[in-house]
Design a protein around this ligand. Structure first.
Ligand SMILES: *Cc1c(COP(=O)(O)O)cnc(C)c1O
Length: 230
């Protein structure tokens, strides 16, 4: 059952990649496990998944320690995909391989400080807000380049790409311009001298469109684990 979901999603990822003349291995599946219990995550590890995305530091902390022995020496990666408050930066650095949601200089500076203390170079993505939605987090298009420039000065951060969450339309084609825009911004930043390989974009309802537009990391929850109750 669960292994069947995984292979269906992997097949859809490679079909979408092929349509865009891209290699399927250039698109990474991040299994989003917010609200998913540790036992189901074990099953996902056993089905071969290795990258997991969590929204909240505390929830992730509990699950990561519960899963420690099960994961043992399998190369599992944890991704933070939810908004991060500065006062939790220290814990985030201790838990996550990649933080997708850096959206301010203040947060970047604190993450770098904590990473330095921990003797780590923290991999990050810059979250960009492409819509005017008040409730969403993310740097504006204008802020993105200045944020990247400052991040370069922080010795313990490695910026690897951009992330976005388009507004919810319930119709996947409507998300396409946002995905395309993020790729254009990435290209613009690369032309300005930043090296940004990753584009974290696409969720259960629209990941195929995101892949056609260049996504390298799709964040998929409900299509793998079923609808969330919370
Ligand atoms: C919950 C969440 C996802 C996964 O959403 P699904 O629609 O369940 O695939 C992806 N990205 C972020 C930032 C999320 O919060």
């Amino acid at each position: 059952m669960f292994a069947g979901n995984v292979s269906t999603i992997l097949k859809r990822i490679s079909t979408a990649a092929a349509r865009a003349q891209r290699a399927p291995e250039d698109v990474r599946l991040i299994a989003v496990t917010k609200t998913v219990g540790a036992d189901n995550i074990k099953e996902a590890v056993d089905a071969g998944l290795r990258s997991f995305g969590e929204s909240r530091v505390q929830e992730a902390q509990k699950k990561i320690s519960a899963l420690r022995s099960h994961i043992a020496n399998r190369a599992v990666e944890w991704h933070l995909i939810g908004h991060l408050q500065k006062n939790k930066a220290k814990y985030a650095v201790g838990l996550f391989d990649l933080i997708h949601t850096v959206d301010s200089i203040g947060l970047a500076e604190e993450l770098s400080r904590q990473a330095e203390k921990a003797g780590k170079v923290q991999r990050i993505l810059v979250q960009v807000k492409l819509s005017g939605e008040e409730t969403k987090h993310g740097a504006s298009e204008e802020e993105m380049l200045s944020l990247l420039a400052r991040v370069k000065e922080f010795g313990n951060l490695s910026p690897e790409g951009l992330m976005t969450i388009p507004p919810f339309f319930g119709e996947k084609e409507k998300a396409r311009p946002y995905f395309r825009r993020l790729r254009e911004l990435r290209d613009k930043a690369e032309a300005a001298g930043f090296r940004l390989r990753e584009l974290s974009m696409g969720m259960s309802d629209d990941f195929e469109v995101a892949i056609e537009e260049g996504s390298t990391m799709v964040r998929i929850g409900s299509a793998l684990f079923g609808e969330r109750k919370a």
